[in-house]
Ligand binder design. Sequence first.
Ligand code: SF4
Length: 328
Amino acid sequence: MSTPLLVARGLHTWFEVRRWGFFRVGFVRAVDGVDFSLAKGEAVAFVGESGCGKSSLARTLLGLHLPTDGDVSFDGQDMRNLSKAELHAYRAKVGYVQQDPYGALPPFMDVRRILTEPLIVHGVKDAAERDRRIREVLEEVRLSPADDFLPKFPHQLSGGQQQRVVIARALILEPEMIIADEPVSMLDASVRVEILNLLRNIQINRGLSLAFITHDLSTVRHYAERIFVMYAGRIVETAPVEELLDHPQHPYTQALLAAIADPDPDNADHQRDVPVGEAPSLLNPPAGCRFHPRCPQAMGGLCDVELPPDFEPRPGHLSACWLHREQE
Ligand code: SF4
């Protein structure tokens, strides 16, 4: 693999839960022992049901949540001990594309102001230089001609156009990496592919790293090179995208894929990518393999007791499941 840009080892992000603001009830283990690396110029997807910890992971990588434990480094720099100035500089290197474009954009700012603010905050003092960069990035996200969009406020734009502005804002500081958290889940189906194609093309053209967070396994084939499947705060399966989609090894991934492929028209109105049963509470996750209460292949006395390590059932393909124990 080429040079890693982002490396996480044993990453934990827990949130303390208190009742009546006084009694500590416990911790929500949103990210609970995650290891991965992301190469320069690589696009990866973190996939899982809502509540599996993927958005908390994204916010930890953005420096918005402090890790409770573990190591995370960006371009060789340890992120746990960044000074305020270093954190400020880091945030310019990582662009963020949020799920809800309307909520992400300040309603009382026009597009010019939305794109000018980060440039001013990060010290681009020359107004002509700011104007040049804003026009370039609007062209890049296909909001053209720029003069038509610069005076518009978010409510005057369609959902797809709003998300293009969010992407433009994420790019304006020329980051090395983009984190896109469910970037199309709140958009009309008609514009989802356009936005995903736009993100992927920008990532390739600029040579950026991209961490794409989604609950929808069916969208990742064309937009990522590797997939990390998350369940209850942990990564349970990792492989290159074609390998994982064509040869899923973990029972949770197999259930996700089987549900997507469900051709029954009676199920058309249901969420089709969720396996039977409910995702566990991150306040009190099950012992052993966290998927065992929902797993049709769970082995009593093992899966409900011991957390499975990563096995490599196929070359370059990791799966945290006891079923692979004999195959190694
Ligand atoms: Fe199922 Fe056991 Fe594998 Fe977990 S470790 S996915 S419970 S078979």
